[in-house]
Design a protein around this ligand. Structure first.
Ligand SMILES: [Zn+2]
Length: 301
């Protein structure tokens, strides 16, 4: 099956040629949210194994109890965003297979940001899938060196991680295309220099939703770091918050599920589809950043 290439000005990654994904050997249903919550009860760890669950249409959470690894599927192959921790990687691979998909049909691995709880499992999954790893330049620098860059507010405290080789750079606004899938990289600098949100449409029964996998927006740092000493950093972070608030956003998903109340929403205890979700997410982050800046000012007096 050939892949349609759209005419888009921004850099586009697309796989061409005959690469139709192998049909699943067996159709296995994802776990129910209640099965998921039972297995994760009392655990919220970043490496605690969890069963795979469907979020919407072709979008699955295949990560751990406490960290999202997002599988987006198509007949032309699949895309994985984030790989949780190194310890979680084997369970992520099992989850993908449990859903009836083949690891070799994962064509791309993307990421939210270059911290060990989201990319620790990346080298393992890269080897298991042979997928292309695509990231913003700032994230690539960290991934390939196995340590976050000095610009990162967590530089002094963040542990080193296994380096990732052969990372392809995507620019802000660039698209990763695979058959019917088209995901846009949105640079949302702030939590980390390489912070990336991903936006796309997922459709089911002829109904489409704008999905936003919005990166963490928390202003977290090492003890001695002061955001207020870095006005350019704050300015870029603030721009990201405005950008996230303005996304076309029917369904918000976040790398840390609690940040978007994800499991409650999948369980039907809160709205899964909420066009104001990104705006609210950015507003909460803005308040926390302002509070942080105020604390820094107070501490200086
Ligand atoms: Zn982080």
């Amino acid at each position: 099956m050939s892949v349609k290439l759209l005419h888009i000005v921004a850099p586009v990654f697309a796989l061409t040629g005959c690469m139709s994904a192998s049909a699943p050997t067996m159709v296995v249903k994802p776990a129910s949210i209640s099965e998921f919550l039972t297995q994760c009860d009392g655990k919220n760890g970043w490496s605690d194994p969890a069963p795979p669950i469907n979020i919407t249409a072709n979008v699955y959470q295949v990560g751990s109890c406490g960290i999202v690894a997002l599988l987006i599927t198509s007949d032309d192959g699949h895309i994985l965003i984030d790989a949780a921790t190194k310890q979680a990687a084997p369970a992520i691979a099992s989850n993908i297979e449990r859903l009836g998909f083949k690891l070799g049909d994962i064509r791309y691995i993307l990421l939210s940001h270059e911290h060990w709880d989201h990319i620790g499992g990346l080298p393992t999954l890269q080897k298991m899938t042979d997928a292309k790893v695509v990231a913003l330049q700032a994230a690539k620098t960290a991934l390939e060196s196995g340590r976050i860059t000095d610009e990162d507010p967590q530089a002094a405290v963040h542990p080193e991680f296994e380096a990732v080789s052969d990372v392809q750079v995507i620019e802000d606004g660039g698209k990763v295309q695979l058959g019917p899938l088209s995901l846009t990289a949105q640079a949302t600098f702030g939590h980390a220099p390489g912070s990336t949100s991903w936006t796309w449409q997922s459709c089911e029964d002829e109904k489409c939703h704008a999905i936003v996998y919005a990166d963490s927006l928390t202003a977290v740092s090492g003890d001695s770091y002061r955001f207020s000493d870095h006005p350019d950093y704050i300015a870029s972070f603030s721009n990201s918050l405005k950008r996230v608030a303005a996304f076309d956003c029917d369904i918000l998903i976040t790398p840390h599920p609690s940040a978007s109340d994800l499991y409650n929403r999948i369980a039907g205890n809160a709205a899964l589809v909420d066009p104001q979700a990104c705006e609210k997410y950015a507003k909460t982050a803005r308040k926390k950043l302002d509070a942080r800046l105020l604390r820094e000012t107070e501490a200086k007096k």
